[in-house]
Design a protein around this ligand. Structure first.
Ligand code: KG4
Length: 341
């Protein structure tokens, strides 16, 4: 019998410390420690994030191995997020992966965080899970740092058809939530409030840019200016109308995202459409996907909630593909903060 391929994956690109274990591409465990320390600051504080990763990484990895019932000596390789992300955060995961791989004498696999999000649809929790897309498919990748339409030709061949020219969708939602004085991160709060509001209560500006690119900075400004005007009339405007504001904001973001995605589907003829990244947890966006599946006969792929935000399972499945291709990295692999590197 062939030896199983057992991969330990580590993700530490932002403010979640996560570790996962996979055996022959099947997920055995996925453990994430989210950092609450940033809430008081209204955004991720890089220095605090790296310190928290340093505290979390050993217990998180330990827990993931125990949950999977795997001894570290059984591991075939260690996959880790190399970037993009916060440098101090990445350094913790990368250094840990290097130390453990070296001590066990096993190979390392460097994974691009965004590639991980896009391939999250291949995470399988059991042998009889066959709900994965086939290639090619389109993936709307929407997170706090990115808004892209990606054509996925194979696990290692992806084309970015369009992307934001300024703010990301999640960033815009978080910033609007901040000007409303709601907590951080704004995404889940806006989502919750939007369920009780009228999405057609207010209109905010939508970008008019050609092609598949996105822009969200105009929406953010339009939201802020409208709010300032309304608050002149009623200083408690947000408190009185937060549900309608959230619902209208969410609808605008979803409309902007889906319009370009429809165009990409029309032009490429690819009807397998996936969504990934933190904002893919959004109820309005998920409903819009389901609605498009019905109306335009798309075959849609929506990740489980635990695979929308940063998680090591997606790093593990990407690592598994790379392992099979013999695509390993050297001990001197350095993390990278930006996509362009
Ligand atoms: O992918 P992610 O966890 O982190 C990176 O950016 O790498 O995405 C985080 C973003 C944040 O902007 C957060 O507000 C947003 O995802 N988000 C949501 C929801 N849950 C998280 N946005 C809208 N609705 C949600 N339910």
């Amino acid at each position: 019998m062939q030896k199983p391929i057992i991969i330990l994956a580590i993700e530490s690109s932002c403010d979640d410390t996560s570790a996962a274990v996979l055996r022959d591409g099947i997920l055995l465990s996925n453990v994430t420690a989210s950092q609450t320390v940033h809430e008081a600051w209204g955004g991720v504080v890089p220095e605090l994030a790296s310190r928290a990763h340093q505290q979390n990484i050993v217990p998180v990895v330990d827990h993931a191995l125990k949950k999977a019932g795997v001894e570290k000596e059984e591991l075939s390789a260690i996959a880790f997020t190399r970037g993009p992300g916060l440098m101090g955060s990445l350094l913790v995961g990368v250094s840990f992966a290097k130390g453990l791989a070296r001590s066990l004498g096993i190979p390392m696999i460097d994974v691009n965080h965004l590639q991980g999000h896009v391939l999250a649809h291949f995470i399988r929790e059991s042998d009889d899970d066959h709900s994965q897309p086939s290639f090619p498919y389109l993936c709307l990748l929407v997170s706090g740092g990115n808004s892209q339409i990606v054509k996925v030709n194979s696990y290692d061949n992806m084309e970015i058809l369009g992307q934001t020219i300024d703010d990301a969708a999640g960033e815009a939602i978080d910033k609007c939530s901040k000007v409303m004085g709601l907590g951080y991160p704004g995404g889940p709060i806006i989502d919750r409030l939007a369920r009780q509001g009228n999405p057609d209560a207010y209109e905010f500006s939508k970008p008019q840019i050609k092609g598949y690119d996105y822009s969200f900075s105009g929406l953010k400004t339009s939201f802020l200016y409208h709010l300032q005007d309304w608050q002149k009339e009623d200083p408690d405007f947000v408190e009185h109308h937060k549900e309608d504001l959230a619902a209208s904001l969410e609808k605008t973001v979803v409309d902007i995202l889906m319009k370009k995605l429809r165009l990409a589907v029309k032009d490429t003829g690819i009807r397998q459409v996936a969504v990934a990244g933190g904002v893919s947890a959004n109820t309005g966006l998920r409903n819009a996907f389901k609605d498009h599946a019905r109306r335009y006969h798309w075959k849609i792929f929506i990740p489980k909630f635990s695979y929308t935000t940063d998680n090591a399972a997606m790093i593990g499945i990407t690592g598994y593909f790379k392992y099979q291709a013999g695509d390993f990295c050297d001990i001197d692999a350095e993390p990278f903060a930006r996509i362009t590197q």
